[in-house]
Unconditional design. Structure first.
Length: 272
């Protein structure tokens, strides 16, 4: 959907086939999409599992309910760029005891138990080290602080972007509380994103953070080569990936810096 960059529930209904097993919903940029409830109902109706890709969504909520609590299971990333980090790694959350027990087996070389050496699954070493866990716990203690800092910057961007033409912020519905892992905006058609970023960097020393997704999954070389995608199969995703930008946002960025970013963006858009 163009409103929040996530799955459209009507499109999901049309795409379900006899061999469909489940649906993965992605909380892009920290937004738990309002259509999540509709997609939950579709999954129940068709007996499909629902997985949340919550890699971006630490602390984000929908109607007061946290990301990671809507599906059969959810995955969070602790990569260094995320709102909180353990240096590397991630976390699975679930209320399904079977998924929980199998995850424990898969993460430890597929062994039935930590103290034994009997392998019951084709697992791998996905265990988190104690050092990474300690970093993660320390970061988690400051998660609300990190999110509040990002939200203050987002309010500045929201207000000031209304004064600028040729770019539109992705709107956050009132039912959603984003952690603003990314602050995403959509450029009007005809604007060369590469030129825009180059001008911002060279003239104003403003580096736009990496796009949420510069290239959609189906056009990544591995999938393009395997399945023969040539573009045009998912036109909404392809269009949005070409036109979206992410304004810099972090827990240590100042409000003055956010104002400078917007002023610089306005200057460049007026000239290109």
């Amino acid at each position: 959907m163009t409103e929040n960059l996530c799955l459209d529930s009507n499109s999901v209904k049309q795409k379900i086939q006899k061999d469909t097993k489940g649906i993965i919903i992605v909380h892009i940029g920290g937004v738990v999409p309002p259509q999540t409830k509709e997609i939950q109902e579709i999954c129940r109706e068709h007996n499909l599992f629902l997985i949340e890709d919550a890699a971006h969504a630490h602390g984000s909520t929908l109607n007061g309910k946290p990301a990671g609590t809507f599906g059969d299971a959810a995955a969070f990333s602790f990569y260094p760029t995320k709102v909180m980090t353990s240096g590397e790694g991630g976390m699975i959350v679930t209320s399904d005891e079977n998924i929980y027990k199998r995850a424990l087996v898969f993460r430890d070389q597929g062994k039935a138990g930590f103290l034994g050496n009997v392998h019951t699954e084709m697992g791998y070493n996905w265990r988190m080290s104690e050092i990474h866990a300690a970093i993660g716990l320390s970061q988690f203690a400051h998660l609300n602080e990190f999110i509040n800092a990002r939200r203050r910057l987002a309010k500045i961007y929201d207000r000031r972007l209304e004064e600028i033409s040729r770019v539109t912020a992705v709107k956050i519905p009132s039912s959603v509380k984003s952690n603003y892992y990314k602050y995403t905006a959509i450029l009007d058609n005809g604007i060369d994103r590469a030129s825009l970023k180059r001008e911002l960097k060279e003239k104003y020393k403003v580096s736009l953070s990496g796009e949420v997704y510069e290239l959609p999954c189906h056009l990544q070389p591995i999938f393009k080569d395997l399945y023969g995608f040539n573009g045009g199969e998912l036109p909404v995703a392809e269009d949005l990936c070409q036109r979206q930008i992410c304004l810099p946002v972090s827990a240590v960025m100042t409000e003055d810096e956010a104002v400078y970013v917007i002023d610089s963006l306005k200057e460049v858009l007026e000239c290109i």
